[in-house]
Design a protein around this ligand. Sequence first.
Ligand SMILES: [Zn+2]
Ligand SMILES: [Zn+2]
Ligand SMILES: [Zn+2]
Length: 254
Amino acid sequence: MKITFLGTGTSQGVPVIGCDCEVCISTDPKDNRLRTSAMIEWNGKVIIIDAGPDFRQQLLRANVQDVSAILMTHEHNDHIIGLDDVRPLNFKHKKHMPVYAEPRVQAELKTRFSYIFDKNPYPGAPRIILQNIDNQIDIDVDGVLVKPIRAMHGTLPVFGFRFEDFTYLTDVKSIAPEDLAKVKGTKLLAIDALHHSEHHAHLNLEQALALIKIIQPEQAYLIHVSHRMGLAKKVNPSLPEGVELAYDGLTIAL
Ligand SMILES: [Zn+2]
Ligand SMILES: [Zn+2]
Ligand SMILES: [Zn+2]
C-alpha cells in the first residue's frame, strides 16, 4: 500500500489569503498546505479521499493517471467542491467515476452539483456513479475492502476510513467507543488536529494527542492543520515520538 497526502490543510488552506503570519509567509514547503485529501494506492486500485477545491492541482501534482473511486468523508465545501474535475478522467478512461458517500452527503452533492445529476446532463458534464456508505458494511472498491469508521465532526456525523493497517480520520471532534474499537490495532493513523485552541468541530492538538494515546498506532500524522498550529519546524520537535505533522506530498509505503 502506498499513501500520499495530497493536502493537509484546513478549509482555508495555508497560506491563508491576506495573512502575513510567520506560517503563511514561511518558505518551508511543509508550511504550505492544500485542503485535506489523500490517495491510497492498494492492490492495483487508486482511491482518493475527498475532492476539495484543490482536487485538480492535487491530482496534477501527484501525476495521477486514473482513479478507481472517490470516498467522501462529509459534505463540507473543502471536501467536495472539486468534484467537477473528474471530467478529464471520465474522458480519458471513458467511464463514470464511482463516488462513495452516505445518503445525507449524496443529497448535498445533488444540490451543489445539480447539473451533474440532471436527467439529461449536457455533453461534457462530469459522469459520476453515486455509491452508498453504510456504517455496518465494508466499502467494496472492485474487491478492495475499506472499513467505514463513524466519527462526529461536532454534531455532524462523518466517515473516516480504515484500509487494513492505515486509518484516516479527518474533520473529527469525537468518536464513540464502539467506533473507536474498529480503529484499534491500526499501525498508521492520519488524524485531524486543527491548532492549539478549542474548536467546536475539530480536535485540537492536545485532544488529538490524547486520542492517539488511546489508539496507540506505531505512527500518527496530523492533518487538517491550520496556520495557527505554528511552523512545522517548531511544532514537530514538540510532539511525542511517533507523532508528526503531515505535509503535502508526504508518501508512505505500508
Ligand atoms: Zn474540512
Ligand atoms: Zn497565517
Ligand atoms: Zn468539515
